[in-house]
Design a protein around this ligand. Structure first.
Ligand SMILES: [Zn+2]
Length: 390
């Protein structure tokens, strides 16, 4: 596909459809990022494709593209990787066809989040055309192919690589599909942390008729899980819902009704707000389990700490751009799962805003073309507000 000529406005729907035609299920790229890089180069961006591969993982392609070398650097961050489509027969329109039909763009990644990437490229092309060669700021795109997977070879490594060469970000918008029902209803200014716990309780196996000769691991596991779930972790904070602990599985695997199990396992997931860190939660968990007593092991996997960019000048600009285009005042929220914003927020003010998330990760993922046009206009307005003319 030929890259557009410099300053020719990018059509967000056409570009999103082209990106959808690359079946870039994590960690594969299938041509998505090189195509985006060519389109951005056509607008005058310098783009760099960077592959990262940690031992024991699949290599992942990433992209950093920037126009301008002075002034403040406004960054758009996102991901071209998508979750698998599942059973293709369940889709009314093929997930990787990039079909526009009835005023709707269909396909895996339309909402999460190739659509928003295309809208930002289109917004930047319009903004740059309006400002002409006199524009003195910088606009960049930081796009990974490793967001939906383990997130090892993606945004975090890209940020380290940029920091090592002195590249600075001054503000960042992440194009995740943050809106709950309609475009303009929600901006995310933080996210809860997520941690999994894997609990194994050791007892002594025995005959159910002779319990005094055994130590029932199942009974102690139940007592421990009760200790963890009996009371809420907290009541929520100024910008966050209450933290929650959900048991995801209990496994004993004992087929015999006359055997006391000697080992019992459970796993749980904690979504935690800014009252906690994974370290303080680990201390809390150990104290609760030790109070029940007995031998156990507890392993952890921390997917991300909670973070918050308190409402401030940047989130106000984002809200202003949204209101000018949609007439809606967005809620500033911290709900939902985690995102790559967790890696970027230590570097600069950050907010997340993209399309409507109703169909993300679902069969028949799709977005209205009207929403894509409005999101393009919101991003263009945001650039106008961030880089006031004159
Ligand atoms: Zn996403």
């Amino acid at each position: 596909m030929a890259a557009p000529r410099r300053n020719e406005p990018v059509d967000p729907v056409a570009l999103a459809a082209e990106l959808i035609r690359s079946p870039s299920v994590t960690p594969r790229d299938e041509g998505a990022l090189p195509h985006l890089a060519r389109v951005l180069e056509g607008l005058g961006f310098r783009s760099e494709l960077k592959e990262f591969r940690e031992a024991g993982t699949e290599p992942v392609l990433n992209l950093y593209a920037r126009i301008g070398s002075s002034g403040r650097n406004f960054c758009f961050a996102g991901h071209t990787d998508v979750v698998p489509p599942g059973d293709l027969g369940d889709w009314k329109i093929a997930p990787f066809a990039g079909t526009v039909e009835g005023g709707t763009l269909h396909g895996r990644g339309a909402a999460d989040m190739k659509g928003a990437i295309a809208c930002f490229a289109a917004a930047a092309s319009r903004f740059l055309a309006e400002r002409g060669p006199g524009f003195e700021g910088s606009i960049s795109l930081l796009i990974t192919g490793d967001e939906e997977g383990v997130s090892i070879n993606g945004t975090r490594k890209l940020l380290d690589w940029l920091a090592a060469r002195g590249e600075k970000l001054d503000a960042c918008i992440v194009g995740e599909p943050t809106n709950a029902q309609v475009l303009g209803d929600m901006v995310k200014i933080g996210r809860r942390g997520s941690m999994n716990g894997y609990l194994t309780v050791e007892g002594v196996q025995g005959h159910t008729a002779y319990p005094h000769l055994a130590d029932n691991a199942a009974h102690r596991l139940v007592a421990m899980l009760h200790a963890l779930t009996a009371a809420p972790l907290d009541q929520g904070t100024a910008h966050f819902q209450p933290s929650t602990l959900q048991i995801s599985t209990i496994d004993i695997g004992n087929p015999a009704t006359n055997v006391i199990p000697g080992r019992a396992r459970a796993a749980f997931n904690i979504r935690f707000n800014d009252r906690w860190s994974s370290a303080s939660l680990k201390d809390w968990l150990k104290a609760k389990l030790d109070a029940v007593g007995g031998r156990y092991t507890l392993d952890f996997h921390v997917s991300g700490e909670s973070f918050l960019t308190p409402p401030g000048p940047f989130s106000a600009l984002v809200a202003e751009a949204i209101e000018r285009v949609t007439g809606r005042k967005p809620e500033l929220s911290t709900t939902g799962g985690t995102s790559d914003a967790r890696f970027i927020h230590p570097f600069c003010p950050i907010a997340e805003f993209g399309l409507v998330g109703l169909t993300m990760h679902k069969v028949d993922e799709r977005v209205p073309v009207a929403d894509m046009k409005a999101l393009t206009e919101i991003y263009r307005t945001l650039l106008e507000l961030y880089f006031p003319a004159g």
